[in-house]
Design a protein around this ligand. Structure first.
Ligand SMILES: [Zn+2]
Length: 93
């Protein structure tokens, strides 16, 4: 799927519609101190028996994310575009 380089959309910091520049999604580094990861580490440490891996049904493709930067306040937010696809997101030039 293709997306425009610059779009006009709502900015929650400015509380109005502003122009945003679209960039490729980059994952933020996590500290590893969230409750889920702490609980998982405690479980694989021992004392609770073996943990069975959960079997999830396979989904066909992923929804593509992009980073939107507001032109006025320069804040960056994530946004999901479109439905589940196997295609990667392309930004128009
Ligand atoms: Zn803004």
């Amino acid at each position: 799927m293709k997306i425009e380089k610059e779009i006009s959309t709502y900015c929650k910091f400015c509380n109005k519609h502003t122009k945003h520049t679209v960039k490729v999604y980059t994952k933020k580094q996590t500290s590893g101190l969230s409750l889920g990861t702490r609980r998982h580490e405690r479980a694989i440490r021992g004392y609770v028996g073996s943990i069975e891996p959960k079997i999830h049904p396979k989904k066909l493709g992923k929804r593509q994310k992009a980073m939107l930067q507001c032109v006025e306040c320069k804040k960056v937010t994530e946004r999901v575009f479109g439905k589940r696809t196997k295609k990667k997101m392309e930004i128009k030039r």
